[in-house]
Write a protein that binds this ligand. Structure first.
Ligand SMILES: Nc1nc2c(ncn2[C@@H]2O[C@H](COP(=O)(O)OP(=O)(O)OP(=O)(O)O)[C@@H](O)[C@H]2O)c(=O)[nH]1
Ligand SMILES: [Mg+2]
Length: 513
């Protein structure tokens, strides 16, 4: 692929050479023509005009091509990760993910999080061994989800109500569907897009169920709003298979039904193919016939037939796709927990060293902040941080890294900056008086602690990116850490705490009332 631009360049040069030859030949031809037609000026002028026009068109085309060629090469579009194709490969990939998860779980210290992930992993392993199909009924409130579940099951399983939020919690039922080799469960969810904190919580629960579904039945009772298409789009992007059900068909005339169905099919195409957009009347309204009230039977046969056909033909592969997705999501979750845990541990290391440096500098005040002394202590911090991120380093390597960072801190003028900042903050701290100490022990100690934190945070970035400082180098990383630390208001807190600790040690004087 990389040789393509050179080939194009060669082709262009060849074209330019032929073009120049053509121009010379053309000029010669024009002159010949001019001489040949000098006794017929009108005919000659016309011929030359036409030829000139052709020449201009040709020139414009050549310039256009040149312009296209000069455009920066379009970035190659990232190819999506190749997903396993065959059932065997999918199963293997899911099992590999679960094995990796086992190793990740062993590293998670938070017992509650570890137990929760372990339970989900065990369930998934069981699901892989004996697949069970999960049909999740999903959609906005009062669309008739519970009514549909009841009608499909042929019994009153869940409560139905005219108000939004009748179903408050997810409910799973066994669904005896003839002809499907795997056991099938149907899951009734609370409605989505409801307002209020409780509504948002219920939606999250419904979304989690939808993400774990083998087949989704998305229920609507009219046209789809964009806010309803978006969740569907996200679920389909995850690889979910969905049927869209237009419920409450009894409310519409047959003409309206066809129009609505047509519009829905257009709205969700190609997320859901037209044959998967169906109509139902899960709980048709009673009809008054004279003095009699007629209660029509639910009409969900089309939905049941389609679910049956889809599960029969694709159930096995849907269950495998789902297991693979679940195993990937579990892995991602474990990774996030481990990353947060690592960050916390790294923070603890930095915290410890920032106080060691503060104490050491305070106990040995010299006229200027001694970056060499700080670097000597920070060498051990580098080693500890490196070992957390799996980069083994000896003390000598740690020292070199700490020294080069100290040089960067000095080069960026951060030592003076730290002294200015801490002086300003210390002067406002009520607990201690810095009179007489200005530019000496407390300021230097707090500045040294602050610089250690900046160094520590920068090392985290370095180790996180496989021992690389990235494109902007060490300077850019350090600058970013200075900005982050200042934005977070950490320094004020630190100086306040430092002054409190130093005062307690009896080395700083309390401010006179
Ligand atoms: N006319 C008509 N009304 C229906 C139909 N299906 C459900 N309903 C009515 O719509 C209302 C809501 O039905 P539910 O089944 O509770 O709806 P839901 O989607 O489960 O609602 P939430 O649990 O609140 O999200 C009830 O009053 C039902 O009687 C139908 O096919 N036709
Ligand atoms: Mg309901």
């Amino acid at each position: 692929m990389r040789s393509l631009p050179y080939l194009r360049l060669l082709l262009l040069l060849a074209l330019l050479a032929s073009f120049t030859g053509l121009i010379v030949w053309l000029i010669q031809s024009f002159l010949d023509l001019y001489y040949a037609t000098r006794y017929h000026p009108i005919l000659g002028g016309l011929l030359i005009g036409v030829l000139l026009l052709l020449l201009l068109v040709f020139l414009a085309a050549a310039l256009y091509y040149l312009f296209l060629f000069r455009q920066p090469a379009r970035r190659e579009i990232a190819q999506p990760l190749a997903l396993p194709e065959t059932a065997l490969d999918k199963r293997k990939a899911a099992q590999q993910n679960l094995a990796q998860l086992e190793a990740q779980l062993a590293q998670i210290q938070d017992q509650v999080a570890r137990a929760a992930l372990a339970e989900r992993s065990a369930l998934l392993a069981k699901q892989l061994a004996q697949p069970q199909l999960k049909v999740v009924v999903f959609g906005t409130g009062s669309a008739g989800k519970t009514s549909l579940v009841n009608a499909l099951l042929g019994r009153r399983a869940g409560a139905v109500g005219a108000t939004l939020g009748t179903t408050q919690a997810v409910a799973c039922y066994d669904w005896n569907l003839p002809g499907i080799p795997q056991p099938v469960q149907i899951v009734d969810c609370p409605g989505i897009l409801e307002i209020g904190p409780a509504g948002v919580m219920r939606e999250q629960e419904a979304q989690a169920q939808a993400q774990a579904a083998d087949l989704l039945l998305v229920v609507v009772d009219g046209d789809l709003r964009q806010s309803e298409v978006d969740p569907l789009r996200r679920l389909i992007a995850l690889g979910k298979r969905a049927l869209l059900i237009l419920n409450k068909a009894d409310r519409y005339t047959s003409e309206e039904q066809q129009l609505l169905l047509q519009r829905l099919r257009e709205r969700v195409y190609p997320l859901v193919p037209p044959q998967d957009v169906l109509m139902a009347a899960a709980a048709p309204a009673p009809v008054q016939v004279g003095s009699q009230t007629w209660r029509p039977e639910p009409d969900v046969a089309t939905v049941r037939d389609r679910v049956q056909a889809v599960l029969y033909a694709e159930g096995g592969s849907l269950a495998l796709d789902n297991a693979l997705l679940q195993s990937q999501q579990l892995g991602e979750e474990a990774k996030r927990i481990l990353q947060a845990q690592l960050r916390r541990q790294a923070e603890e290391v930095i915290d410890r060293f920032q106080w060691i440096v503060t104490g050491v500098v305070f106990a040995n005040p010299i006229p200027a902040v001694d970056l060499l002394a700080i670097a000597a202590i920070n060498a051990q911090m580098v080693v500890e941080l490196g070992s957390l991120y799996g980069c083994k380093m000896n003390l000598q390597q740690g020292r070199e890294l700490a020294l080069s960072l100290a040089k960067t801190l000095a080069g960026l003028g951060l030592v003076e900056g730290a002294i200015q900042l801490t002086t300003g903050i210390l002067a406002t701290v009520a607990e201690v008086s810095v009179v007489g100490f200005l530019a000496t022990a407390p300021i230097q100690a707090a500045s040294a602690g602050y610089l250690t934190r900046i160094a520590g945070k920068s090392f985290i970035e370095y180790f996180q990116h496989n021992q690389s400082w990235g494109e902007g180098g060490m300077q850019a990383v350090v600058k970013a850490q200075v900005q982050n630390t200042q934005k977070s208001g950490w320094l004020q807190e630190f100086v306040r705490e430092a002054s409190r600790r130093l005062f307690r040690s009896g080395m700083a004087k309390p401010r006179d009332p």
